[in-house]
Design a binder for this molecule. Structure first.
Ligand SMILES: *Cc1c(COP(=O)(O)O)cnc(C)c1O
Length: 457
C-alpha cells in the first residue's frame, strides 16, 4: 500500500475559523448567491479556493519580518533576496516585483512587438493578457494529451516540439521573441515538464535564436516530479534539479505567492545584461525602485527564507504527496477526478459527478456550492461560468471540462483536513441524484465568476 509522508512541521500558532452548522452553511451560501467567491473566508472551515498567497510561513520567516530594512534604497533584505535567487535559480540578474504579474508586465513590454507570436505550454490568464496587451499572439504548443482529463502521463506539461517547429515554419523565428514555459502548468492542473523536454525545447529555440522564459511560479513542485519520475534524478537534491532546470532558459517570471512560500512578492530574472538594464528602468515606473519593486523590506526577507525552505526535500515531498493523498482517496471511492493529480490540488470532473445536469445547469458551480453546504470546504468553479461568453456571438463558451478545483494551500492543512474533505465529497457523490442545478440570477459583463449570483433552476 502506498504511504504518505507525515507533516514535516510542528504547529506553534493556529487560526480558528468559524465552524458553522449545516443550517448556517445553507444560509451563508444562499447569501453568497451560491458563489463560493462571495463567501466570507472565516465561514470556510477548510479553504481550498486557491493556493496563491495562502501559504503558512515558518517561524524563521516570521522572525525575518522583524528584520525588515525599510530603506528606500539599498535594503539589506533586497541583498538577501537577490543573492538567494542567484544561488538557488542560477540567474545573473534579478528585478523585484510586487507579484508574478508585475514581472509578466515588464517581460512582455520588453520582449513583445505588435504582430509577434509567443508560444507557451498552455496559457495562464495574466501571462497571456500581458503578452496580448503588447501586441503578441499566443500559440499553445503543449502536447495534445494535456487537454485530455483521462490520459495518465508522468509529464503532461511537456512542449510538443513538432508543434513548436511548425510554428517556426509558419511565422518565422524572427517573429517569435520567446517561448514561455510554465513549470508546472497551472491550467492543466499542475502537470510537470520533464528535464529532457526542457533541454530539447531550449536546444530547438537556441538553434533558431528564440529565447526561453520560464513561468517558474511552481518550479519546486515541478522539480519534485522530476526527482520521483524521471530517470537519473532520484539521487539528486531538489536544489540541484531546480538549478539544472533553470540552466535551460534565458530568464523567468516568479510569483512568490506559490513556491516562494510567502503571501505576496515576485521577481523577473534573466541572464542578459541589456535586458536587465531595460527591466530596471521599467520596474521604477510600474513597481518601485529596483531594490524593492513593490515589496516591503520585511516581505523580501520572508521571501528569501521561503525560497530556501521550499527546496527542502521533506517540505516539497509532503506538499505534493498531500495532494496525491486526497486524489487517491477520492479515486478509490469512484469519484471522477482529473488524472493524474498534479502538484497543487485535485480537480473534480463535475459533468461525470452530476451526470443528470446539463452543462446549462452549471454542474461545476452546483457542485462547489453543495460541497460547501456539506462540509464547509470552499472550492472554486472552473467550468462554463469561469469560461465566460464569446466576445462576438455572446454565446456561452462551453469548455469540454467542467471542473471543481480543490487547491491546497502550502503547510496549512493536515491529513485529517484532507480526510474530512474527501469524506464530504464521497458522501455528496453517493447522494448526487438529489442535487439540483443552478442558473444565473445576476451575470456581470466581465470576469463574471467573481461577482455572479445564482439560484436553483
Ligand atoms: C499565480 C500565477 C501567476 C501570477 O502570479 P501573481 O503573483 O498572482 O500575479 C502566473 N503564473 C502562474 C502559473 C501562476 O500560478
Amino acid at each position: 500500500m502506498k504511504t504518505y509522508p507525515a507533516e514535516p512541521f510542528r504547529i506553534k500558532m493556529v487560526e480558528m475559523p468559524n465552524i458553522l452548522t449545516k443550517e448556517e452553511r445553507i444560509e451563508a451560501i444562499k447569501t453568497a448567491g451560491y458563489n463560493t467567491f462571495q463567501l466570507k473566508s472565516e465561514d470556510c472551515y477548510i479553504d481550498l479556493l486557491t493556493d496563491s498567497g495562502t501559504n503558512a510561513m515558518s517561524d524563521r520567516q516570521w522572525a525575518g519580518l522583524m528584520m525588515g530594512d525599510e530603506a528606500y534604497a539599498g535594503s539589506r533584505n533586497w541583498a538577501h533576496l537577490e543573492a538567494t535567487v542567484k544561488e538557488y535559480y542560477g540567474y545573473k540578474y534579478v528585478v523585484p516585483t510586487h507579484q508574478g504579474r508585475g514581472a509578466e508586465n515588464i517581460l512582455s513590454q520588453i520582449m513583445c512587438k505588435p504582430g509577434c507570436y509567443v508560444p507557451g505550454n498552455m496559457y495562464f490568464t495574466t501571462t497571456r493578457f500581458h503578452q496580448e496587451a503588447n501586441g503578441a499572439t499566443f500559440r499553445d504548443v503543449i502536447i495534445d494529451e494535456a487537454h485530455d482529463s483521462e490520459i495518465d502521463l508522468p509529464f503532461k506539461g511537456n512542449v510538443d516540439l513538432k508543434k513548436m517547429q511548425a510554428l517556426i515554419d509558419e511565422v518565422g523565428a524572427e517573429n517569435i521573441p520567446y517561448l514561455c514555459l510554465a513549470i508546472t502548468v497551472n491550467l492543466a492542473g499542475g502537470q510537470p515538464v520533464s528535464m529532457a523536454n526542457m533541454r530539447e525545447t531550449y536546444a530547438l529555440c537556441q538553434k533558431h535564436g528564440i529565447k526561453v522564459f520560464y513561468d517558474c511560479t511552481r518550479c519546486v513542485e515541478n522539480a519534485y516530479f522530476i526527482k520521483i519520475r524521471e530517470e537519473g534524478y532520484a539521487d539528486k537534491t531538489i536544489k540541484e534539479i531546480v538549478l539544472e532546470m533553470f540552466s535551460y532558459s534565458d530568464g523567468a517570471t516568479m510569483s512568490g505567492k506559490k513556491d516562494g512560500l510567502v503571501n505576496i512578492g515576485g521577481f523577473l530574472a534573466m541572464n542578459d545584461e541589456d535586458m536587465y538594464i531595460k527591466a530596471r528602468e521599467l520596474v521604477v515606473v510600474y513597481e518601485g525602485m529596483p531594490s524593492y519593486g513593490g515589496m516591503t523590506g520585511r516581505d523580501m526577507e520572508a521571501f528569501a527564507i521561503g525560497i530556501k525552505e521550499a527546496c527542502r526535500f521533506e517540505y516539497i515531498q509532503h506538499r505534493v504527496e498531500q495532494c496525491a493523498y486526497l486524489g487517491d482517496k477520492l479515486e478509490a471511492a469512484g469519484v471522477p477526478i482529473v488524472r493524474p493529480v498534479g502538484g497543487h490540488g485535485v480537480f473534480l470532473d463535475a459533468r461525470k459527478f452530476l451526470p443528470h445536469l446539463t452543462q446549462e445547469q452549471l454542474p461545476a458551480q452546483t457542485l462547489a456550492a453543495h460541497l460547501y453546504i456539506e462540509s464547509g470546504v470552499r472550492s472554486m468553479e472552473r467550468g462554463m461560468v469561469s469560461a465566460g461568453r464569446d466576445k462576438i456571438t455572446g454565446e456561452n463558451h462551453k469548455p469540454k471540462l467542467e471542473t471543481v478545483r480543490l487547491t491546497i494551500p502550502r503547510r496549512v492543512y493536515t491529513y485529517a483536513h484532507m480526510d474530512i474533505t474527501a469524506d464530504a465529497i464521497i458522501n455528496l457523490y453517493k447522494n448526487r441524484d438529489s442535487i439540483r442545478g443552478l442558473k444565473f440570477v445576476y451575470e456581470p459583463p466581465m470576469l463574471r465568476f467573481f461577482n455572479a449570483r445564482f439560484d436553483y433552476c
